[in-house]
Design a protein around this ligand. Structure first.
Ligand code: C2E
Ligand code: MG
Ligand code: MG
Length: 631
């Protein structure tokens, strides 16, 4: 006789899970499909477990055929359930049939073999048999334990091999549901007449639900749309085979500014209103809210995205009303070219994000297409990012030197250090292509320190031989704001037994820097003996009043203003040079390409000259050879 007393509460709890899970919104991912199949299989298995056990306890009241059918169906779903538990782990670990073809084949093979063994039982009495006395286990009955153990061992092995991508919490979750199922099997073997396996399966399912399947983990609160996490999972399951779907993205322009302008609460209710509008007008589409005003609409495959875009743009001409407030918001759109193939979901996500950032900058209702060009541009960007990381790791930033000469004698006075990166794919990467990226991701700090160190090394070994009074090093505004800059640079200077005056620091005036902080930093470093040069004078943003108050030793005229003068001579350049000299600064002219320019600029009052007329920037060894011989 079997004891079924634990089955009823287990069944009730499981049913609640099933109804709850079916009712909540979900994205159609592999893991979600597996989980729902697992729930359904478990429910059906429990029903047949209960029915068959009930009938087996009183076999004389039922026909042999009825007993065969109920017992057979119990076995079918029991085997399927253990297969799905393992499949769930495979999905959690994002392993597909391409990554682990052999395991897929074996798992399917075991499932198939077990089902065949069960199916032939009425004739061959393999797993079970029924006769006048009722139910009997067959010689292959142990298959029920063995196959479950097989799937659990596979699940454990996969976790050991590929579990690194999981968080610790998720790792422990997979481990615990596997262990609980092991325990279930052990208890089933120890007490075969108490039907307890279902309870252990329920515990395993609860762990799966809490750790991976809670639909709330995938929902954004304000919009009730799917969140970025859900979108990334969807992409990772479809790419590289195909694009996720017919996608239209849009972003609320100037999101951060608008949040300050309207306040966070109002902005949030605006986002809720937009979500409500989308939901009501396009009930059959799926929506995602990524972050900071970024929406993605997954339309039907035959939806005309341009028409959809016009409809949404038209709605944004009206304000979004919440209570008494009116929000005026603008949008920019992004469409992904459907025929474009992506190597990975990360690559698609990166293109989408860059398009969102860009469309935020251009006019309202503009639409950007994620096309081949953007893809290649982003690939280039990632290559450069990698080259920067590599240069930091390998300490192989290339420093080139360009001579700066005395304007009167044309003799070498100093030099400017200009950075380059060397990359096996891209060749020599120029600062214009990597400095802003390094500033964006903060790597300019370690890159800048490496450049400074190399320049100091060169100055310490060869400076005196070459009669180099100083070398200018470019500092990006981010470096200037770094509170550790003084200590780091001072200790490097000491390490090479140099005086700080041998290295001049070139800074630029920029709108987006904190001028008070910059001035403080410059003053403190000047007190320690460092000298500052103002670079790129005459480009866009120079505030004479502020410059006047900075302890600078030299100002460099940007080559654009120098060239402008030689194209269309007027008094701007001569007057600027004169004014800077009157303020007590010496002046260097950049971009000197001809003898005539050199002569004129000297006459105008420049103290130093720099440009291709004298030399292009060259590697350190070349610089040494060139000036060691001639000087
Ligand atoms: P910059 O500091 O104004 O440097 C002068 C730029 O003008 C250099 O370009 C130099 O090669 C170029 N140049 C000099 N003379 C001539 C000339 O006669 N004709 C022409 N056509 N060009 C000339 P480069 O090396 O590409 O550097 C570009 C900018 O990148 C630099 O402008 C500087 O702002 C930045 N940069 C370079 N190295 C570093 C660095 O180590 N750190 C930081 N933060 N920025 C750097
Ligand atoms: Mg410079
Ligand atoms: Mg410059």
């Amino acid at each position: 006789m079997w004891n079924l007393q634990y089955s009823i509460p287990t069944f009730l709890i499981l049913s609640i899970f099933l109804v709850f899970y079916i009712a909540r919104p979900k994205i159609p991912t592999r893991i979600n499909r597996t989980f729902i199949m697992l729930l359904l299989t478990d429910v059906v298995n429990m029903i047949f477990n209960y029915v068959s056990t009930y009938m087996d306890n009183d076999p004389s009241s039922y026909s042999i055929t009825a007993l065969y059918i109920t017992n057979y169906l119990f076995f079918v779903f029991y085997i399927l359930r253990s297969f799905l538990f393992c499949q769930f782990t495979i999905n959690v670990l994002e392993l597909n049939h391409r990554k682990i073809p052999l395991t897929y084949l074996l798992n399917g093979g075991v499932l198939f073999a077990c089902q065949i063994l069960t199916a032939v039982s009425p004739w061959l009495h393999t797993v079970f048999s029924i006769d006048g006395q009722g139910y009997h286990s067959g010689p292959f009955y142990n298959m029920m334990t063995v196959h479950f153990l097989y799937y659990l061992v596979v699940s454990m092995f996969l976790l050991l091999g590929s579990g690194k991508k999981l968080s610790l919490f998720q790792y422990i979750a997979v481990l615990s549901y596997d262990l609980i199922l092991f325990l279930g099997i052990a208890i089933r073997l120890a007490f075969p007449h108490i039907v307890l396996m279902d309870l252990f399966c329920l515990l395993a399912i609860i762990i799966q639900f809490l750790a991976f399947q809670n639909p709330d983990n995938y929902i954004e609160k304000r919009t009730r749309f799917f969140n970025r996490f859900a979108f990334e999972i969807l992409l990772s399951e479809t790419i590289p085979e195909k694009l996720a779907g017919n996608l239209l993205g849009f972003v609320l322009k100037n999101y951060t500014d608008n949040r300050i302008l309207y306040g966070g609460a109002q902005m949030d209710s605006g986002i809720t209103a937009i979500a409500g509008f989308l939901h009501n007008h396009y009930p059959s589409f799926r929506f995602y809210y990524l972050r900071n005003g970024e929406f993605v609409i997954e339309a039907k495959p035959d939806t005309d995205l341009n028409a959809l875009r016009s409809q949404i743009a038209a709605r944004f001409l009206q304000p979004w009303n919440r209570d008494y407030a009116k929000l005026y918001l603008q949008v920019g759109f992004v469409i992904a070219n459907q025929s474009l193939a992506f190597d990975s979901s990360e690559q698609f996500m990166d293109c989408l994000e860059s398009a969102f950032r860009e469309v935020d900058q251009i006019g309202a209702n503009e639409c950007l297409i994620i096309d081949e060009h953007r893809k290649r541009e982003r690939e280039q960007y990632l290559l450069i990012k990698r080259a920067i990381e590599n240069a930091i790791k390998e300490q192989n930033v290339q420093v080139f030197l360009q001579p700066i000469v005395d304007a009167k004698t044309h003799k070498l006075a100093g030099a400017e250090a200009l950075a380059r990166l060397e990359d096996p794919h891209l060749g020599l990467i120029m600062p214009g292509d990597f400095i802003s990226l390094a500033e964006e991701n903060g790597s300019i700090i370690s890159l800048g320190e490496q450049i400074f160190r190399k320049v100091c090394g060169f100055m310490a070994y060869y400076g005196n031989q070459l009669h180099l009074a100083w070398i200018n090093v470019n500092l990006s505004p981010i470096q200037c704001m770094d509170p550790n800059l003084i200590d780091e640079f001072s200790s490097i200077i000491e390490e090479y037994h140099l005086t700080p005056s041998r290295i001049h620091l070139e800074i630029t005036e920029q709108e987006n820097v904190d001028h008070r902080l910059l001035k403080k930093q410059i003053q403190e470093m000047t007190a320690k003996g460092f000298s500052f040069v103002l670079d790129d004078y005459g480009t866009g943003y120079s505030n004479i009043d502020r410059i006047k108050k900075l302890p600078l030793i030299n100002v460099k005229m940007d080559m654009s203003i120098v060239w402008e003068y030689f194209d269309h001579p007027d008094s701007l350049l001569p007057l600027s040079i004169q004014m800077l000299k009157d303020m007590g600064f010496s002046v260097t002219a950049e971009g000197v390409e001809t003898e005539e320019m050199a002569r004129e600029l000297y006459k105008m009052g420049c103290s130093y000259l720099q440009g291709y007329y004298f030399s292009k920037p060259v590697p350190l060894e070349e610089f040494y050879k060139k000036y060691h011989v001639t000087e």
